[in-house]
Design a protein around this ligand. Structure first.
Ligand SMILES: [Zn+2]
Length: 246
């Protein structure tokens, strides 16, 4: 079933879990949507699977080590979340650049979903390998998205998957909606015109990644492109899955 072109913007979910591979992924991709929802009263928890200790080729000084960079990037992510209005940030501290779609990682995300019981999960699209002609999606991004979706369904809502979680008192939980960014086939558009400045401010908190670069033009352009199908000046576009209950 295809959503009609004039489908209204969905209301902000009450409880949201935003799952990403690296510090700054969230700010580049869904920062506007989260800022908007936080201001509407949503409670958001961010889960960052790595601490971004591999840095960036362009702006990480040659004498920087993984050990030194990780806490700096965690702090930048906390600051960015504060700007957006995210209530809590969790770091799972997997190695940057080495994420694997392991059952251990799926179990950890399942545990968090059962503990925080979000109505909606926000994550990337594991099926997109190439963006345009100049960016191949980072393997960590694909893994984070894949494991997030697998944790949402079937793991979080199925009682006897990871039965050891029951022993921790974590009952099954059904996530109602998944907002998937970076999809080749978006069907849901969140107008971020009013919060574009907040998205930019949050992104600028990632100082080790941004260097002297001002992301304003690029982010404004992305927002314009994503809003174009709905004639919005600035949007973040998603593929939205509304999941049937168990
Ligand atoms: Zn990333």
């Amino acid at each position: 079933m295809k959503r009609p072109r004039h489908a209204p913007e969905p209301p902000p979910p009450a409880r949201i879990m935003s799952i990403h591979a690296h510090p700054d992924d969230q700010e580049f991709t869904v920062g506007g949507t989260l800022a908007k929802w936080a201001r509407a009263g949503s409670t958001i928890v961010t889960v960052c699977l790595t601490s971004g200790s591999a840095g960036s080729n362009q702006y990480t000084p040659p004498d920087m080590t993984r050990e030194a960079l990780a806490p700096i990037r965690e702090e930048e992510q906390r600051n960015a979340c504060r700007v957006l209005g995210v209530a809590e940030v969790l770091f799972l501290r997997y190695e940057d650049g080495m994420l694997e779609p392991s059952l251990a990682l799926r179990r950890e995300l399942t545990r968090l979903i059962r503990r925080y019981r979000p109505d909606a999960v926000v994550c990337g699209d594991p099926t997109v390998r190439f963006y345009g002609q100049s960016y191949m999606n980072h393997p960590d991004h694909r893994v984070a998205a894949d494991v997030a979706l697998d944790a949402v369904f079937p793991s979080a809502e199925t009682r006897l998957i990871f039965p050891e979680l029951l022993d921790e008192g974590l009952e099954p939980h059904h996530v109602k909606t998944v907002f998937i960014h970076g999809s080749a086939h978006p069907d849901t558009f969140i107008d971020i015109s009013e919060v574009l400045a907040l998205k930019l401010a949050a992104l600028k908190e990632h100082k080790t990644q941004m260097g002297e670069r001002d992301p304003t033009e690029m982010i404004t352009q992305w927002a314009r492109e994503q809003g174009a199908p709905r004639r919005m000046a600035a949007a973040e576009a998603f593929r939205r899955m509304v999941l049937e209950g168990p």
